[in-house]
Structures are given as structure tokens and as C-alpha cells.
Design a protein. Structure first.
Length: 143
């Protein structure tokens, strides 16, 4: 939506936030599984320890924890209304740290070392995101 002075209006809803997070997981995870099965990450063998699992397992765990947090939030919200923790800046960037290596691997773009570096960056970003969510949204699991 554009207001009179042509600046976009920031609109947020609880449903939109939840839907966005769920859609991200349902689009990313099957694509990652198919890319691994197709051998798209084979070109980083020798550059990434436990290739491609060092990249994929944290992504899957992040997805599982995200979905668990949403389910727990929806269950607890039935008894007590409280705000859903909005994603931190690190969390918003994290999806791109997962997505870019996946795209490069599928399309076979760029040098192997670049893909390997991006896979390691995805691991670091996932760890930072996990910490930021625990710090900001732990009340979802504890209240």
C-alpha cells in the first residue's frame, strides 16, 4: 500500500508473520533435500567437512525448531494471548544465508570455494540466529 506521500506503509499481522515463516520452511526444505539427492553439493567435497550435512543439518534443525516454536505458540495462545516474537535482523538474514548456497549449488554457478565459504557462513548464521531467537523468544517455550 502506498500513502499520499508515496512512501510504503509497513504492514504486519500475526497471520502474515506465521504464514511467511511456514512458507519459507515448506519451500526451502524439499528443495534442499532434492538438491542433496541430485548431488548438487558434490563439487564442494574436500572443501566442506561432512559435506553437505554441515550445511544441511543445521538448516533442517532450524526449520524443525521454527515449526515447533510456531506450534507451541499457537497452542499456548489459546489460553493466553501474547505477542509472537518477530524475527530478529540476524534471523531475517539467515534465510538468505541458506538460500544463496542452495541456488548456487542447483544452478552450478560460481567457483567451488565460493560455495564452500557460503555454506560455512550459513552454519555460522544459523548458530547466531538460534541464539538470537532463544534470547528474544524464549518466553514462547517457557510461559
Amino acid at each position: 500500500m502506498i500513502c499520499a506521500n508515496s512512501l510504503p506503509i509497513k504492514q504486519e499481522s500475526r497471520f502474515g508473520s506465521l504464514y511467511d515463516m511456514i512458507a519459507d520452511q515448506f519451500l526451502f526444505m524439499p528443495t534442499l533435500i532434492l538438491a542433496i539427492i541430485a548431488g548438487c553439493f558434490d563439487r564442494t567435497d574436500g572443501l566442506v567437512f561432512w559435506n553437505p550435512y554441515l550445511y544441511a543439518v543445521p538448516a533442517f534443525l532450524g526449520g524443525v525448531v521454527t515449526m515447533a516454536g510456531i506450534v507451541i505458540y499457537l497452542i499456548k495462545r489459546r489460553k493466553k494471548d501474547f505477542k509472537f516474537p518477530t524475527p530478529t535482523k540476524v534471523a531475517k538474514l539467515n534465510y538468505w544465508f541458506w538460500l544463496v548456497p542452495l541456488i548456487l549449488a542447483i544452478l552450478n554457478i560460481g567457483p567451488d570455494i565460493l560455495l564452500a565459504i557460503l555454506m560455512y557462513m550459513a552454519l555460522v548464521s544459523t548458530i547466531l540466529t538460534f541464539y538470537s531467537y532463544l534470547k528474544k523468544g524464549s518466553y514462547v517455550f517457557t510461559d
